[in-house]
Design a protein around this ligand. Structure first.
Ligand SMILES: Cc1cc2nc3c(=O)[nH]c(=O)nc-3n(C[C@H](O)[C@H](O)[C@H](O)COP(=O)(O)OP(=O)(O)OC[C@H]3O[C@@H](n4cnc5c(N)ncnc54)[C@H](O)[C@@H]3O)c2cc1C
Length: 400
């Protein structure tokens, strides 16, 4: 069996194939001279292996693309299976406050060492600097073309990762597969014309971001950066809106609720209570929200509310200004910056052409897919690796 691609999904496919059929011959062909390069740089060098979410129905909600198909796949290999798999091989994982899971060493090399040691133990062959240039199906076997030779295999797992360009998938198209055009996911918003950038480094713990003219709304921590906005609320919006935001060339208006899910009635009563209890305090000196002081002053200034004004002097007009500002503040986005921590592409091999019980192609039997080459992607937090482990495990198991 040939596994094309020495990344997370390719390794898991090869290891699973050897586990389920120890006598089989399994070779990983990797085009570069490095194995598991993305694992190495992942999670800021710590590798966010998976997410501590142990209910498959909940887990799938973190995948803008592939959620339905992964539901079945996670029944075969879940986040708990990932944790057990690494722990059984001496790599304990820890869970951080936001449920992301890392090796306790805080070093992605631990994960690489574990995968490579396991491949040696099980006898997986590895061929570096071996780009597969073409796959042809000849009756029941596959002919793989390399730089200077060809070779034949009965089964092939394609685990070549994402490609930013559609042409990168031409060799899979040639086998009859439909490719969903790739576009970036997980990016931050550029706001060249917005002065809020001067507050770079400030964050709010829970804001909602809505994209005008779409159904996109996401909540979570929001970070102001020197080029615009980032943080989970923005990254999630970019992932769920990957295609629609690409269609509008990354130019749009966002509406921010600085108070997360708080609605008008709830905010009105907080404002009334503040006026009643703290009426003699200046707006500047009493900020009843979880908003950093410098941002609070910036926002007051934005709607021309004097910082020295007393809460008791706010009046109906002032209350309405604050309501609108806090619940529906607006910024113009123009352009994006790829989030360096966890860049993924949306798009790839169409999921309708893959049987998720086995990861086998429906249009080219004997060919299996695993990992980011598929039109699957998750938000940040370990979900992309989990999809790679799961689909790799199933492809390897089924292909023997
Ligand atoms: C900087 C960064 C940080 C990230 N951090 C995280 C994180 O902490 N947690 C998380 O869940 N996700 C993270 N991700 C996403 C995650 O790395 C990917 O989703 C995951 O690596 C996909 O695994 P894969 O095996 O499908 O593809 P890849 O890791 O891309 O591996 C594919 C391999 O196939 C090889 N290949 C391609 N074409 C050929 C060919 N024709 N012949 C032979 N070999 C070929 C490539 O060289 C590559 O080694 C991060 C991504 C980036 C870029």
């Amino acid at each position: 069996m040939a596994v094309i691609g020495g990344g997370a999904a390719g390794f898991f496919a090869a290891l699973s194939a050897k586990k389920h059929a120890p006598e089989s011959h399994v070779t990983i062909f990797e085009k570069s001279n490095k194995l598991l390069a993305k694992v190495k740089v992942s999670g800021g060098g710590r590798c966010n292996v998976t997410h501590a979410c142990f209910q498959n129905g909940v887990l799938t909600k973190f995948y803008p693309r592939g959620d339905k198909q992964l539901r079945k796949a996670f029944d075969q290999f879940s986040t708990q299976d990932t944790v057990n798999w690494f722990e059984n091989r001496g790599v304990a994982l820890k869970t951080e406050a936001d449920s992301r899971m890392f090796p306790i060493s805080d070093d992605s090399q631990t994960i690489i060492d574990c995968l490579i040691a396991e491949s040696k133990r099980l006898g997986v062959k590895i061929s570096l600097s071996s780009p597969v240039l073409k796959i042809e199906k000849q009756e029941s076997v596959f002919r793989l073309s390399f730089k200077s030779n060809t070779d034949f295999f009965d089964k092939v797992v394609v685990a070549t990762g994402g490609s930013p360009k559609e042409e990168g998938f031409n060799w899979l198209k040639a086998l009859g597969h439909t490719i969903i055009p790739p576009v970036p996911s997980l990016f931050t918003f550029n706001m060249p014309k917005e002065s809020i950038k001067t507050l770079m480094g400030l964050s709010v713990p829970n804001a909602s971001v809505r994209v005008q003219g779409t159904k996109l709304v996401q909540s979570g921590p929001l970070l102001i950066t020197h080029w615009g906005m980032s943080g989970p609320a923005v990254l999630k919006t970019s992932a769920w809106g990957a295609r629609v935001l690409n269609d509008i060339n990354y130019r749009f208006i966002i509406h921010i609720n600085w108070l997360g899910q708080l609605k008008e009635a709830g905010l009105r009563s907080i404002l009334e209570e503040t006026i009643n209890s703290f009426g003699k305090r200046m707006l500047r000196n009493y900020n009843p929200f979880e908003i950093p002081q410098r941002l609070w002053e910036y926002l007051l200034d934005k709607v021309d509310l004097p910082l020295e004004k007393l809460w008791s002097e706010l009046g109906k007009k002032g209350v309405n200004k604050l309501l609108n500002l806090l619940l529906n503040d607006q910024y113009a986005v123009s352009g994006k910056t790829t989030f360096k921590e966890e860049f993924v592409t949306c798009g790839g091999v169409s999921l309708s052409e893959v049987d998720f019980k086995t990861m086998e192609s429906r249009v080219c039997p004997g060919l299996y897919f695993a990992g980011e080459v598929l039109d699957i992607d998750g938000v940040t937090g370990g979900f992309n690796f989990q999809a790679a482990w799961t689909t790799g495990y199933i492809a390897g198991k089924a292909s023997e």
